[in-house]
Each structure stands twice: as structure tokens, then as C-alpha cells.
Design a protein around this ligand. Structure first.
Ligand SMILES: [Zn+2]
Length: 135
């Protein structure tokens, strides 16, 4: 683990925090559920002077995402904000639930755990089909 820590870029989370986030998300991408090519997704953007903010690398601001979905979040901001995969500054990410592949909503805690809010009630059949398709 010591070797990993020295390799971590100083703008990113520590190896310990990364491990915590991967474990919390069960080593699966929060959007598509894959266990392959996993990366750390920052919910608030690091641009706008965010890299010096210690909160940027807290577990509440970090998600497990595959490389493809990490790029998808950037290309689809409206859907990403709606699902809690991205969070607008200055909103505290701890206050915004995240949608997981099962449809379950969870809030993220600063200690690296998460709390389930359950699966939201589906309003119409069409919405249910869209949710099942992950859209
Ligand atoms: Zn994915």
C-alpha cells in the first residue's frame, strides 16, 4: 500500500480513500454495474479552483465508475446531475442521493459508508421501462 500511496497524484484521493470508495460501491460502476476498467469519478468538477479544496477528495464526492461511464457523465451532464452522479457547486455532495444500477438511491457518508433510501416508487409504465434501461 505504501507504494500505491507514493504513486497517487497529489490532485487525487489517497489510495486509502480510493479503496474505501471501491469497497462501498462493491467494486462496480455506479451507472452500468460493470466491474471492469474502474476509475474514480468526482461528483463536483475539479475545475473552477476545486483541486485545492480538501472536500473534493472526500468519499461523499467520489464514485466508482468505469472508464466509459466516466466519459458518459461528462457528455451527459443533465442526466448525470439528475441521478446524483454529478453535483453542482456549491451543493454538498453528502446531501445529494446517488442512483445505483439497481435503481436504489443511496446517500454517501463522509466515513466512506452509504445509506440506502430505497428504490423510488415508479409513476408510470413508461418511466419504469426507462429506469430499467438505465436512462
Ligand atoms: Zn459504467
Amino acid at each position: 500500500m505504501t507504494a500505491l500511496r507514493t504513486r497517487t497524484r497529489n490532485t487525487g484521493p489517497t489510495a486509502a480513500v480510493r479503496a474505501l470508495v471501491f469497497a462501498r460501491d462493491e467494486h462496480r460502476c455506479v451507472r452500468c454495474g460493470t466491474g471492469n476498467t474502474l476509475t474514480i469519478q468526482h461528483r463536483t468538477n475539479r475545475a473552477m479552483g476545486g483541486s485545492s479544496d480538501p472536500a473534493i477528495n472526500q468519499p461523499t464526492n467520489l464514485l466508482t465508475a468505469c472508464q466509459a461511464c466516466n466519459m458518459w457523465f461528462e457528455a451527459n451532464p443533465a442526466a448525470s446531475y439528475a441521478a446524483g452522479w454529478k453535483v453542482r457547486r456549491p451543493t454538498d455532495p453528502a446531501h445529494v442521493p446517488v442512483r445505483y444500477p439497481t435503481g436504489e438511491l443511496r446517500t454517501l457518508e463522509t466515513d466512506g459508508t452509504s445509506r440506502t433510501l430505497g428504490v423510488p416508487v415508479v409513476i408510470t409504465g413508461r418511466r419504469a421501462a426507462l429506469a430499467a434501461a438505465g436512462r
